[in-house]
Design a protein around this ligand. Structure first.
Ligand code: E4P
Length: 216
């Protein structure tokens, strides 16, 4: 199980990279817009920090536009992977890009049927969104389990990225379900570090050590 970071904030990516926690970085148009910087500049900077895949999403609504955007983004650095939204035009774009050896991640996947189509079109990754399903009262983790089951019968399959992660429990549930990757917002990575018993344990060790050295 690999962890990717789900943000376009360069400071947070640097911080998480120092922890050894970042195998890749995912962005989307909302995350890029939040930073208020030029898209290509942010992707170029992230792709220098992160050795693994860095995901940049296209915003065209037709496959020709998606392919043309994808080619420009993929030229930024060899670790840039193109996120394509799940739809007919998106599937056509994935198929064309696979033929040109440009890696894609089919995003906004909410059903096993969509994941299967993405796999058949030649996507390198699929991104089922757990949190957004939970938000509408559906069980997000059930979707991951279903996709893992469907892909288990395929010879060549995309890696599954659990996306729209809201909590450390989501990450662990995705890992237990057999997911390849979870893309995790910085806040959830920081939450994964902490445990109240670790904090109190460190405080007690320090206190006992100080008392010991004071007696020497
Ligand atoms: C994944 O690649 C997406 O950027 C992300 O996980 C979306 O999550 P959200 O539902 O918190 O917006």
């Amino acid at each position: 199980m690999k962890l990717f970071i789900d943000t376009a904030n360069v400071a947070d990516i640097r911080e998480a990279a120092e922890l050894g926690a970042v195998g890749g970085a995912t962005t989307n148009p909302t995350l890029i817009a939040r930073e208020g910087r030029r898209f290509e500049d942010v992707i170029a900077e992230i792709s220098e920090i992160v050795e693994g895949p860095v995901f940049a999403e296209v915003v065209s609504s037709d496959h020709e536009g998606m392919v043309s955007e994808a080619e420009k983004l993929a030229a930024i650095r060899e670790n840039v992977v193109i996120k394509i939204p799940m739809c007919s035009e998106g599937l056509k774009a994935v198929k064309i890009l696979a033929g040109r050896n440009i890696k894609t991640n089919m995003t906004l996947v909410f059903s096993p049927a969509q994941a299967l189509l993405a796999a058949l079109a030649g996507a390198s990754y699929v991104s089922p969104f757990l949190g957004r399903l939970d938000d509408i009262g559906s069980e997000g983790i059930g979707l991951i389990r279903d996709i893992v089951a469907v892909f288990s019968h395929m010879e060549k399959r995309p890696e599954i990225i659990a996306a729209s992660i809201r909590s450390p429990m989501h990450v662990i549930d995705a890992a237990k379900a057999g997911c390849d990757i979870a893309t995790v917002p910085p806040k959830v990575i920081w939450q994964m570090i902490s445990h109240p018993l670790t904090d109190s344990g460190i405080a007690k060790f320090m206190k006992d050590w100080d008392a010991h050295t004071a007696r020497q």
